[in-house]
Write a protein that binds this ligand. Structure first.
Ligand code: NAD
Length: 322
């Protein structure tokens, strides 16, 4: 596998995730050719990119970052001609992905990496379709929306080469993504499993009437959530132990913490339970529209991303000067 210089990227499937990747790749100065068989996909994609662009401008476009570098071609073979990297975002169905990977594998030169955005399908199963060069197929799983959220989880399948993972890692890192490599395949990868574990307890607490949706959301977003945006669980445990660090944290909390796990809920999302959760969310939302709430989320998120970028640039400059 040669170390191909990436200039032109194919985005295969331009729904929620593909459209967002497209906007990011354009902002980072790549030529993007997008492809999707759905009627109306092209117009929806251009609309999305235009809507996302002001936020990307605010975060800083790369030198050649431009919406003009986007083209759309519903014909897969034509779309793939001359591309250096593929980000695949087709529907989350294994038979469809396997069929699609057979086509991609047949149409692309062997040194073009095919990265799947799949949220939960194992690459070992997806790459069964790519009979000639399965070693270039990887999971490059983003968090919605990828044009704003930096995390990309990298997972190899049984037949993926280390070189493909290394090259994908270097590519995503170069465009400002934060990569995490999984050492083995896991249903739902990592970040979605973390969300799942939390959601299970949130639903339990609301269903049991311990708190309302509004209060559980306040408890999260004005409490641990503020810290989690800055440091993760492990580092915060280290700080939670005071001067004694993680060692003291476990001395003090390992017992009570594992004891409390026994009382954690496993709610069944029956239609009745869902109704109670839905009613509680609508009380929290009040008269605010989804658009208003999205605008609030994105404004705060952009501010946070800018803060973190400024902080890291200052730190890097100080480290260089030292
Ligand atoms: N939605 C999320 O929050 C999220 C987050 C991370 C990863 N993902 C993953 O991203 C992928 C896409 O999810 P989504 O939410 O964007 O779905 P989506 O339904 O919004 O988009 C899927 C797109 O694929 C297109 N498509 C159908 N058949 C195709 C084919 N043969 N070739 C190319 N495109 C085809 C569809 O027309 C549609 O536009 C999935 O694998 C999913 O697991 C989703």
């Amino acid at each position: 596998m040669t170390d191909r210089n990436i200039r032109r990227i194919a985005v295969v499937g331009t729904g929620v995730i593909g459209a967002s990747w497209t906007a990011l790749f354009l902002a980072k100065g790549f030529e993007v050719v997008a492809t999707d068989p759905a009627p109306g996909a092209e117009a929806a994609l251009y609309h999305f990119v235009q809507k996302a662009w002001p936020a990307l401008e605010r975060l800083g476009l790369s030198r050649n970052g431009s919406m003009q570098n986007l083209s759309f071609n519903a014909n897969l073979a034509e779309a793939l001609a001359g591309v250096d990297f593929v980000q695949e975002n087709g529907p989350e169905r294994i038979e469809l992905k396997q069929k699609l990977y057979a086509q991609l594998d047949a149409l692309l030169p062997p040194d073009v990496i095919i990265a799947s955005s799949s949220s939960g399908l194992p690459m070992s199963q997806i790459q069964v379709g790519a009979t000639s060069h399965p070693e270039r197929c990887i999971i490059g799983h983003p968090f919605n929306p990828p044009h704003l959220i930096p995390l990309v989880e990298l997972v190899a399948g049984e037949k993926t080469s280390k070189e493909a993972i290394d090259r994908a890692d270097a590519f995503y890192t170069a465009i400002g993504r934060r990569t995490v490599r999984l050492n083995k395949e896991m249903p739902g990868h990592v970040a979605n499993r973390l969300q799942g574990a939390l959601a299970r307890e949130v639903y339990y607490l609301v269903t049991e009437g311990v708190v309302s949706a509004a209060d559980v959301d306040t408890a999260l977003s004005w409490g641990p959530g503020l810290r989690w945006a800055l440091m993760g669980n492990m580092m915060l445990n280290h700080l939670g132990g005071g001067p004694g660090g993680i060692e003291h944290f476990f001395e003090q909390f390992a017992g009570p913490m594992t004891h409390s796990w026994k009382s954690m809920g496993e709610p069944e999302l029956t239609p009745e339970v869902q109704r109670r959760l839905i009613d509680s969310v609508h009380e929290e939302v009040g008269s605010r529209s989804i658009e208003e709430l999205e605008a609030e989320r994105d404004t705060l998120l952009l501010g946070l991303l800018e803060l973190r970028t400024r902080y890291e640039r200052t730190n890097a400059a100080l480290a260089k000067a030292a």
